[in-house]
Structures are given as C-alpha cells and as structure tokens.
Write a protein that binds this ligand. Sequence first.
Ligand code: NDP
Length: 328
Amino acid sequence: MFKAIQIDKTDGQYAASLVELDEQALPEGDVTVEIDYSSINYKDALAITGRGPIVRQFPMVPGIDFAGKVIASDSADFAVGDRVLLTGWGVGERHWGGLAGKARVKGEWLTKIPDNADAKQVMAIGTAGFTAMLCVQALLDHGVKPENGPVLVTGAGGGVGSCAAIILATLGYQVTASTGRPQEADWMRDQLGVSEIINREELSAPGKPLQKERWAAAVDTVGSHTLSNVCASVRYDGIVAACGMAQGMDLPATVAPFILRGVTLRGIDSVMVNSAKRPAIWEKACQYLTPEVLSKLSEEYPLTDAITVAEKLLDGKIRGRAVIACKA
Ligand code: NDP
C-alpha cells in the first residue's frame, strides 16, 4: 500500500483527497517507480483544485512530474535501482501521476537523473525549471547575448519565472522581473539576482501595437495582454519565449512587432519534448539550478500538504517552487 492524492468526480462533484492505494491499482506500464519527490506546478494546482480542465479521466492521481527509483522493469532501457525522473507526457492528466508513493509508466517517458543530481534537486527544478531551461535555451539559440540589453521575465515570483530569472542572472544577463508581488522585491534582487522589478500591471492592460523598445528578449509565463505588450516592447530582432497562460490563453496582438521589428515569438512546450533532447536540457538545468540555488527558491512539503499547497499556489502565495516529499 502507498499514499496518493486522488481526484474523483462523482455526480458532478469534483474532489481531491489523500488515499491509500494498492500497487495492483496502478495503471499499465513497463516500469514501476518508487517515488521520492514530486512537485506542485501550475497545472497540478489547476488539476487538484478543479479550477482548470486538466484531468481527462477519473479517478486520477495528479502530479505532472516525479523522481525516484525503479523497483520493477520490463523495459530494456531501465533496470531495478535506476534513478529516474519524469515530466510531462500527459502524466497526471491522462495517466496516473507523481503525487503518490509509486507510479507505473512507459519506460520511454523516463529520463535518468543526471549523475551529480538527486531526486530532490530534480524535483525542486521539476516541470517548471525544465520549462524555464527550455525558454532560456531558446534565447541562447537565437543568439541573445548579455551585452544586447536586459531580458524580461514575467510571472517572476512563480516556479517557471523564478527559475528562468536565476538561470539568466547566472549566465550574466541583466534581468527585469515583472511581478504582482512587490513585497518580494528584496528576495528577487538578493536571491534571484534580478536587476530591475516592474509591477505586472504595467503589462497586463491592452496596449499599443508597437511600444518603446525596452528588452533584448523575454520569457513570458503569463500570456494574454501581457504577452502582447511584451512582444510590442522587445527590441529589433529580439525574441520572446512564450510558455504560459497565468493571465489568460488569449493573445490580443497585432503582427506589427513581427513584421516591423523582426521579433520572434517562440512557443515553448515541455510536455511532449522528444526524449532524446531531454537529458541535455536536464544536465544544463542541474548545472545552473544547484541545490544551493534551489534552497533560495524552493520549499519542501509532505504529501499530506499537497492539496493545501495547490490552493496557495493559485492564490499567489507560493514563492518559487513547491517540492513534495512522497516517501512515507
Ligand atoms: P506559478 O503559479 O508558480 O507562477 C505563475 C505566476 O504568474 C504567478 O506566480 C504570478 O507571478 C503570475 N500570475 C498569476 N496570475 C497572473 C495574472 N492574472 N496576471 C499576470 N501574472 C499572473 O506557475 P508556474 O510557474 O508553474 O507556471 C507558469 C505558467 O507557465 C502557467 O501558465 C503554466 O501553465 C505554464 N507552464 C507551461 C509549460 C509548458 O510546457 N509550456 C510548463 C510549465 C508551466 P507574480 O506573483 O510574480 O506576478
């Protein structure tokens, strides 16, 4: 038996609760993992609270990421004892996920934990940090250099935003953080290495199609008017890596920044990234988001607190990353 968060929908009533499950109940898959850590991402919070249509079938164990040790395997790629992690692939949405003591999944969804990292570090990074690394990689691939000017990160107080800010600052970029939490300004400056902080209200209302060129590049976790205003304010030939929708799914923009300033809008998806590309991104993420760095932007909670943490995250009360210890 192991503990898990389970989401049920009976007679239209949606509810998440802590339950005890038998290993027999686990879904099909060729690898079974004993989970040490998972985390609460925005998507997990929407799933657990039911505030967003994330869960596709019931009952569901949420948790879009996890890390632990292989305890049974029919996969040629994984042996008992291997240290593995998983992010995405619809786990925690369509297939039982990581907010549990155990999971059974397809081996092709797993990535080996980098040699010098451990389960806690990779889950302090989690889907959010992996996505942040994908966003920063898009900026690097575009050729953005620190001397080109400041880089904007929106939703900087959240998981993806805080990880992106700290990676960029470590790489020598001057980072501007957009946030709705001015009370976190000292933390952002001192711990994330942010140079400038702007109130997210500066970007959240409808704006002009082209605005003053302020940033060499941007990582946007917010979408909607914020993303439109960010595209309208990025310098000539700049790039915006867009991964989120915390303000909204809409994009009320014009083509002006793209056709008059050559701005690139690069979409970032972490869920279906090709397995072959993942190890290198994880290596890099672990290189920049070390345990010491992560201690400044993550907090550990027991599995029994996962539901409360999910609610707090959507209320903007979780700073950075929430790591969940799943081992009983
Ligand atoms: P968090 O909840 O940790 O962070 C989101 C942040 O967005 C908040 O902390 C807040 O930052 C800001 N925010 C919230 N509401 C609003 C609003 N109405 N207007 C403007 N800003 C707002 O979530 P994550 O960091 O885990 O995820 C961020 C986004 O990225 C989500 O939309 C998520 O779905 C998406 N995502 C996408 C992935 C992909 O593969 N494309 C993978 C992972 C996440 P502050 O308080 O600083 O203002």
